[in-house]
Design a protein around this ligand. Structure first.
Ligand SMILES: C[S@@+](CC[C@H](N)C(=O)[O-])C[C@H]1O[C@@H](n2cnc3c(N)ncnc32)[C@H](O)[C@@H]1O
Length: 310
């Protein structure tokens, strides 16, 4: 559910605000190399596609308008306005609605590992043509993405977050409807309003000092700022509704991050996937840890298979 509402908000990648376009940098490079395996007019399947970040990237990198790229995802996703790309929502990777041997290239960016891979692996391989390639870029437990997410999870689970929303609601109710400069002057003169305002700022500052990068990546600061700037002149009930919506959005963010943490793979789990695929008729072509060039930090696992004749 949390993925559906995330994709329905129109995000392109799973990195939210910090990556509004499709994948860049080392991830882009990875796919540029991987696409050497596809020929003009190929049929491509993007597993757990979200809103199609990888499909869009493939179209951009190849500039081949004759490719047909189908993305599938369990969540409700939105097909981007890109020629040759079509997304299907509500599809489980364990039971793909395609004929066997339909695709030349099956791929996934931070998607396959979210599924129950002992069940999805065989089905994803079933729909690949003999000689076709399956290329999976998957989360690794030591990646900077996973580490960053642990920090955001810790921040969002902190009791201070609940406290901030209680204080916001108290302040909104105490301020009443704000519609004129005179209302603002009254609020500024109220020592109780000022006390609440300072408590909110103090609590935000505590969170920021605990985990500064995660504080920026989480939506908390932006939610509160929006409430007391853009939304300041909304009536009280609309502002209270906004507070409830913000709490719900942060809860969904937390659930997506927990999903990501449990999807991340250790090397022995990757090896289990490799032996599973081997038992289903896929030869391992390559397996490596993709890293940030400048720092050496891990980004994820790149694993590539070729389907052999059985
Ligand atoms: C981190 S997102 C990645 C989406 C996209 N590949 C991207 O890079 O932007 C993981 C996606 O996996 C999907 N997912 C999780 N389990 C799935 C399953 N069993 N079958 C299909 N999709 C699944 C989720 O709905 C979510 O959209």
């Amino acid at each position: 559910m949390s993925w559906s509402s995330y994709w329905q908000q129109g995000h392109i990648t799973s990195f939210g605000e910090s990556l509004q376009k499709t994948y860049t940098g080392e991830i882009r490079e990875y796919w540029m190399k991987a696409l050497a395996d596809i020929s003009v007019g190929s049929h491509i399947l993007d597993l757990a596609s979200g809103n199609g970040a990888l499909a869009i990237l493939i179209q951009e990198l190849t500039n081949d308008k004759s490719l047909s790229i189908i993305g599938v995802d369990k969540a409700q996703v939105i097909t981007p306005d890109v020629e040759g790309v079509r997304l299907q929502s509500g599809i489980e990777l364990c039971s793909l609605p395609f004929e066997s041997e339909s695709f030349d290239f099956v791929c996934s960016q931070f998607g396959f590992e979210y599924s129950e891979w002992n069940k999805s692996g065989p089905d994803c391989l079933r729909v690949l043509k003999v000689g076709g390639v399956m290329n999976l870029f998957m989360h690794s437990t030591d990646s900077f993405v996973v580490k960053r997410n642990h920090d955001i999870e810790a921040l969002l689970s902190d009791a201070i977050v609940t406290e901030i929303f209680v204080l916001c609601r108290n302040l909104v109710e105490l301020m009443g409807d704000v519609s004129s400069p005179a209302d603002i002057a009254t609020i500024k003169a109220s020592s109780e309003c000022e006390r609440l305002r300072l408590s909110i700022l103090e609590n935000l500052d505590k969170l920021n000092r605990k985990l500064p990068a995660a504080f920026i990546d989480s939506e908390i600061g932006r939610c509160v700022q929006y409430l007391f700037t853009t939304a300041l002149c909304w009536n009280v009930s609309r502002k209270c509704q906004y507070i409830e919506d913000s709490k719900r959005i942060l809860k969904q963010q937390l659930s997506r991050l927990e999903d990501l943490s449990s999807a991340a793979l250790t090397e022995s789990q990757v090896d289990e996937i490799i032996s599973l695929m081997d038992s289903q008729g896929a030869v391992l072509v390559s397996k490596h840890k993709v890293r940030v060039h400048s720092t050496g930090e891990a980004i994820g696992w790149g694993v590539c298979f070729r389907k052999k004749r059985r």
